[in-house]
Design a protein around this ligand. Structure first.
Ligand code: FAD
Length: 443
């Protein structure tokens, strides 16, 4: 009997499945070894099929399964012949399925949404309760529990607070060695909990502490971390859709961590709505201990200096009324105009980055992507053009009033009320009118 004809297995070419691409950020393009993928303006791949070698790398990396391999009828015939010769099915899809199944099994070991409750000397950071708000939506979508993580010394009262803000369970590590935040001690404690309970999602505040801890934890447990998220959602496979400004704020990127767990994000204060408070709500406290002694820690806390007691320091994130100035203020001295208006409103003065870079205002007043995110009742933007990097820091204010002499300034797109004109005339007029109204009321 003659040997069966030796057939060369065709590899096909990658093609895009219409309507499935989620514009994840050109992962397929970066995975392609032969540069045969270009990206359209909407962020979808265009396959240069003449160059494609059917290596499957783009299929494997695509989080939305939006690519498939196309075989011509002739190639399909050869595949069938090979399969018949080998007495096995066409191997290509099976290989992919096996890999996907192993990954799915690994990811399924992780469950629940955790929020790290940041505290200093037992005082919680408000952002933790904001994260319980968004965490509740994520937990609901995953039919999972919303859990809080409390680490500190004498911090059990925070567990009750966490229940009131919606947590079902609290993982508590309470020991004197955790009184002050130190990266190593909190890293050990958090990783101890992760190893033991395997959360699917961990959220932390994008504060100094949260950024430090989240980066260390993600590195230790070898997972992805998306910093400074401005939006969080979840897809039907449990992938956390983490949206944040990218490329200098010029685009909003949605980032997913599809192969590793836990999925970790930090979110800035004031970006998410605070969870509603249910006094007296209860839940389960899971007490854990982490075998760590003071002698094990190289860093010692000698003194805590609270810089918010500095005479000029202002926490703009806590203000209900913010009067912000930009390059249109033309000089630092002119910010006195804004201070007068802010004082009448019981508010504070903020600034754009241009005003800060010019030395007109200190950095702690800067609103925006590299400054602070604020959510006041009223935000008055004076001589600020409305660059995206500024908008991401203030667009969630209840009301935005913009004063700008350029009627086409982008700030007007997010403004509730817009005043086109010269701020040096308009601001003193508003201040004077408020004083008049107050005088009439008091008199
Ligand atoms: C990575 C990165 C991060 C950034 N982070 C931030 C950030 O956190 N916060 C931030 O603010 N920016 C940030 N920026 C800078 C941002 O892109 C803009 O350059 C900046 O916000 C512009 O500041 P501005 O609106 O004050 O100045 P301009 O854009 O120069 O606008 C000045 C405005 O004042 C108006 N004006 C002038 N005179 C008057 C007048 N007499 N009366 C009324 N209106 C007047 C003008 O019409 C103009 O619209 C960042 C940029 C990058 C690349």
């Amino acid at each position: 009997m003659s040997e069966p004809k030796k057939l060369k297995k065709p590899r096909g070419v990658a093609v895009v499945i219409k309507g499935k691409c989620i514009a994840c950020g050109a992962r397929c393009q970066s995975a392609c070894p032969v540069n045969c993928i270009e990206m359209s303006e909407s962020g979808e791949p265009i396959i240069l099929t003449a160059k494609c070698i059917g290596c499957l790398k783009c299929l494997k990396i695509c989080p939305a399964k939006a690519l498939e391999i196309f075989f011509t009828p002739e190639e399909l015939e050869i595949l069938r012949e090979i399969a018949a010769q080998q007495g096995a099915g066409v191997p290509v899809p099976e290989e992919i399925d096996e890999e996907a199944a192993a990954l799915a099994r690994k990811l399924a070991e992780y469950k629940d949404v955790w929020v790290f409750v940041e505290q200093t000397e037992g005082v919680p950071a408000r952002v933790s309760w904001e994260l319980l708000g968004v965490g509740a939506d994520l937990a609901k979508a995953r039919s999972a529990d919303l859990c809080a993580v409390v680490i500190g010394s004498d911090v059990e009262p925070l567990c009750r607070e966490a229940f009131a803000y919606g947590a079902r369970k609290v993982y508590l590590i309470d020991a004197p060695v955790f009184r002050y935040y130190r990266t190593n001690s909190y890293l050990e404690a958090t990783c101890h909990l992760i190893d033991r309970y395997k959360p699917e999602i961990i959220l932390m505040g994008a504060t100094g502490l949260g950024r430090d801890l989240a980066g260390a934890v993600a590195t230790r447990v070898a997972t992805g971390l998306t910093a400074d998220c401005t939006g969080l959602g979840i897809d039907d496979k449990g992938h956390l859709m983490q949206t944040r400004p990218a490329f200098g704020g010029n685009i909003m990127a949605t980032i997913m961590c599809d192969k590793f767990r836990p999925q970790m994000s930090t979110v800035r204060p004031n970006v998410m709505q605070i969870a509603s408070y249910h006094q007296g709500a209860t839940g389960e406290i899971i007490r854990e201990s982490c075998p760590l002694r003071e002698e094990d820690l190289a860093v010692k806390v000698l003194e805590i200096i609270n810089d918010s007691t500095h005479k000029d320091s202002v926490d703009i994130t806590a203000a209900d009324f913010i009067v912000s100035g930009g390059r249109g203020m033309m000089g630092g001295d002119n910010f006195a105009l804004l201070k007068e208006l802010a004082d009448e409103l019981g508010g504070v003065v903020g600034a754009s980055r241009s005003a800060v870079d010019a030395g007109w205002m200190p950095q702690d007043r800067q609103v925006g992507q590299t400054g602070k995110t604020v959510r006041p009742k009223i935000y008055i933007a004076c001589g600020i053009s409305g660059a995206i990097q500024h908008l991401v820091g203030m667009q969630d204010a209840d009301m935005v009033i913009a004063i700008n002499r350029d009627k086409d300034a982008p700030i007007f797109e997010v403004a509730t009320y817009g005043i086109v004109g010269d701020l040096f005339t308009i601001i003193p007029a508003i201040t004077a009118r408020i004083r008049e109204i107050k005088a009439t009321k008091n008199g």
